[in-house]
Design a protein around this ligand. Structure first.
Ligand code: PMP
Length: 416
């Protein structure tokens, strides 16, 4: 091994270096809270013992269509030569835009070219929403619990986050007028994950979606409609989404991604919004990353062009249904009477709630020792609620590994 170069203790003229505290940080960095969810990836990678991880919201390794990807890389991308690695158009590669529009045409999410912006994953869609709509101090309503990477993104633009309660039918929209009245000002935006919510796995009822649309119109609030899991419904009937119900209303800002239905490492997603908003988003994206990863857009485009997406989704839905049912069976066997949990009709996650006395942050440490990982409930609330709950991703483990992991979780609870 080569020896590490020692860190300089003085500069070229003998001055000691500035301390990190004295750097001219932007005030914005105070809103940069990072992600407990994402940090769990590096924590888990450092472990050397066997761990059944229900932590990250990753597709099953077996669910990523590597063979199709390899074929496409070897043929289409190889044939495209250097063009596949040049700067692309900010709004996205023509090939992907065309294929995506054609695919969406057969779904309730059908849309038009001028409403579409290809993004670097869903996170960039959320970031762009914050960038063009949120000023410091603006009130933003989020679900409690919510995907805190989403609320953290809005926090970086200075949002004043207000948590609103949820139940098995999603955000309790009927509670919002009173909350807004108490806040004494109207929300600039309402951030919702309508289908198979992260972290609870529940879906917002149609009545509540309609009421939210009506309230947003009354208040002039943007609905940030974050729906990475909507195409992964494996049970129950379709509930029309905000894009569909809004009929193109400019207040509906829809964020979508290939991360959960193809692969998260591609970093390809899209925003569907009013054309006037998309024009602003293009300007905003040009100050961020110029364009989305071109090879991965071409890969996604060709996957769609070959008609691979629909059969792939059919397989995913069936596999995730099997995995969710397996997790329900294991939970019944090990946690009956000790916890309650949700029963999702799609997506990746379910939410487990213990009695008040159980602290799932402590349970996390014990679980890790026993070889199981999850995300503690507090990670899903900006005010640190849900200390007695946790999120389990059922999508990434086989039924056998799920049974092993849930039995380890029960041992950890015994030890606690
Ligand atoms: N929104 C929600 C609700 C998510 O669960 C995720 C991924 N965990 C994202 C957005 C981010 O998606 P991407 O990986 O495409 O940035």
């Amino acid at each position: 091994m080569t020896e590490a170069t020692p860190i300089e203790s003085t500069d070229a003229i003998g001055n000691s270096p500035a301390s990190p505290q004295s750097l001219p940080w932007a005030a914005r960095t105070r809103g940069l809270v990072g992600s407990i969810i994402d940090s769990s990836t590096s924590l888990l990678q450092r472990q050397t013992h066997d761990i059944v991880s229900f932590a990250m919201g990753s597709p099953a390794a077996e669910a990523v269509p590597f063979d199709a990807f390899r074929q496409i890389y070897d043929s289409v991308l190889a044939d495209a030569g250097a063009a596949a690695y040049a700067y692309g158009a900010t709004e996205g590669e023509v090939a992907l835009r065309d294929e995506l529009l054609a695919y969406l045409e057969s779904t309730p999410e059908r849309t038009s070219a001028e409403r579409l912006l290809i993004t670097s994953g869903g996170m960039q869609g959320l970031d762009l929403a914050g960038k063009v709509f949120i000023d410091p101090g603006d009130l933003v309503i989020v679900e409690a619990p919510t995907y805190t990477n989403g609320s953290a993104t809005l926090l970086t633009y200075g949002a004043d986050i207000m948590e609103a309660p949820t139940d098995d039918d999603g955000l309790m929209v009927e509670a919002l007028p009173e909350l807004v009245q108490k806040a004494g000002r109207l929300p600039k935006a309402i951030y919702v994950i309508p289908n198979f919510q992260n972290p609870t796995g529940t879906a917002m009822s149609l009545e509540r979606r309609l009421l939210l649309l009506a309230l947003a119109k009354e208040w002039g609030s943007i609905i940030i409609d974050d729906d990475p899991y909507g195409m992964l419904r494996f049970d129950g009937g379709h509930i029309p989404g905000f894009r569909e119900l809004g009929g193109g209303d400019p207040l509906v800002f829809s964020v979508r991604t290939f991360s959960k239905i193809l692969a998260p490492g591609l970093r390809v997603g899209w925003v569907d919004a009013d054309p006037s908003i998309v024009a602003k988003l293009i300007d905003a994206k040009q100050t961020m990353d110029t364009c989305t990863n071109v090879p991965n857009q071409l890969l996604s485009a060709e996957f769609l062009r070959r008609g691979n997406l629909e059969p792939h989704l059919v397989r995913l839905r069936s596999e995730y249904h099997t995995r969710m049912s397996a997790m329900q069976t294991s939970l019944e066997a090990h946690f009956s009477g000790r916890a309650t949990w949700t029963n999702p009709e799609g997506g990746f996650f379910l939410w487990l709630t213990f009695g008040e006395h159980v602290d799932t942050s402590k349970l996390f440490d014990l679980g890790l020792q026993k070889g199981v990982a999850f995300i503690p409930g507090r990670a899903f609330s900006v005010t640190g609620q849900f200390g007695n709950a946790l999120r389990l991703c059922f999508a990434s483990q086989t039924p056998e590994r799920t049974e092993l992991g849930i039995s380890r979780l029960a041992e950890a609870l015994d030890a606690l």
